[in-house]
Design a protein around this ligand. Structure first.
Ligand SMILES: [Zn+2]
Length: 414
């Protein structure tokens, strides 16, 4: 057992504790608390080693609830756009020159991105993949993860067979308690209604796995789902996947998926830039988690997400970086600083909950991650604080840098 002392401990389940401690044993948190009236000397336990971490804030390892590790090789390769569909065209052009999915350039970029994520204080990721290649890299890493096999198909002849085939590929891959697999739907404009239904059907067979979908990311998506027109229609026709039998739902993307029976508490709805307060109320009522990726939204031309509306609606909000094709790095701390800039009135405690427990819960990892509580993983961070840091929660959402972050323990739980 080891007892760690810190200027601050942030359990997330309760307000920050000044002059706090945590005790860990074999990769698990055993207890935490404040010294209060008890002096450090009196609290010292015969069986436990004592480590003073100094002027740091101890908090749970962060959760990056949405990224695409396999796109890491596109870092700095896709220029920013002022319109989302123009950005998608840039990505498609970049991916057309893609080497084989398991080419060394892709694997090396992915391993670097994973190593960086760990240095940025991330303990858990929700990773979206079209190739399943990240699975082995994640297994080798210290990250806990859900790797989502993303279904993409607007014009699919046999949706149940299409999804069943994907399920067989996931089964062949296996999965461990730490690196899990599931399915994702790409987005309402790129996935046929029957594919959504088949994914929902497949997911429902396992009551514990989450599912993910990009939702209400761009104005072009809203237009397309409402009336079937605009730049998306044009792009689908151009790439030869338009389906004449498809009818525009005539509602918002959120209402479309709600009426399709797709939304439920195990869905991670990613982006939400174009969601109205009515959409957000629907999403909140469904129990789904909204994953916001504000830096990516700025890069892709999707726009600035209405962060204040997200929190006002009562929907669960988690945080993702999206991929290195649209974000400069995979730092959740940098994402927090962007959230703070976009939403000055949301309490820092809520933003920190989004970066920890909300993401962990959305991904189904809340039994092990997301808070400092007895029994949970000891993958906790120590963030170096300046001598005068003021409000510690506010400080932690102000843009913590990589060299301030270290892991209190390196080992995973036994
Ligand atoms: Zn994404």
């Amino acid at each position: 057992m080891v007892r760690y002392h810190a200027s601050w401990v942030l359990p997330i389940v309760e307000p920050p504790i000044r002059d706090g401690w945590i005790v860990t044993d074999r990769g698990r948190i055993v207890a935490y608390g404040a010294y209060g009236a008890v002096t450090r000397r009196a609290a010292a336990h015969a069986e436990s080693a004592e480590v003073d971490l100094g002027n740091v804030a101890v908090l749970p390892g962060l959760v990056n609830a949405h990224t695409h590790l396999e796109l890491s090789y596109l870092r700095d390769e896709v220029p920013p756009a002022s319109e989302f569909v123009a950005w998608i065209r840039n990505v498609m052009a970049a991916r057309r020159q893609q080497p084989h999915a398991a080419a060394p350039v892709i694997l090396e970029a992915m391993d670097r991105a994973i190593a960086e994520s760990v240095e940025f204080g991330t303990a858990v990721v929700g990773d979206i993949s079209n190739t399943l290649v990240p699975f082995q890299s994640l297994l080798r890493s210290p990250l806990a993860a859900v790797m989502f096999f993303e279904m993409l198909g607007f014009n699919i002849a046999d949706a149940p067979a299409f999804v069943a085939h994907a399920c067989r590929e996931l089964e062949a891959l296996g999965g461990t308690d730490r690196v899990r697999t599931s399915l994702a739907a790409h987005a309402p404009y790129s996935v046929a209604p029957l594919v959504f239904r088949a994914i929902r059907h497949a997911i429902d067979r396992d009551p514990f796995v989450p599912c993910s979908v990009h939702l209400s990311e761009s104005a072009e998506e809203v237009e397309f789902i409402l009336n079937g027109g605009g730049p998306w229609r044009q792009l689908l026709e151009e790439i030869g996947v338009w389906n004449d039998a498809w009818r525009p739902p005539g509602v918002s993307p959120v209402q479309f998926l709600e009426e399709s029976g797709f939304l439920n508490p195990r869905v991670l709805a990613v982006h939400g830039v174009q969601m109205t307060p009515e959409d957000l109320a629907k999403l909140a009522a469904s129990g789904a988690t909204l994953v916001t990726c504000p830096r990516s939204n700025g890069h892709t031309g999707a726009g600035a997400p209405p962060i204040e509306d997200f929190y006002a609606s009562g929907v669960r909000v988690a945080i993702g970086t999206d991929s290195l094709a649209s974000a400069p790095d995979l730092s959740v701390f940098a994402e927090l600083a962007t959230l703070r800039a976009l939403a000055p009135t949301v309490p820092a405690a809520k933003l920190l909950a989004s970066a920890t427990i909300e993401g962990a819960r959305g991904l189904g990892f809340d039994a092990d991650y997301g808070t400092i509580e007895p029994g949970k993983s000891a993958r906790v961070l120590a963030v170096t604080l300046p001598a005068e840091s003021g409000d510690v929660e506010e400080y932690l959402v102000s843009g913590v840098q990589r060299d301030q972050i270290r892991w209190v323990e390196h080992r995973n739980a036994d």
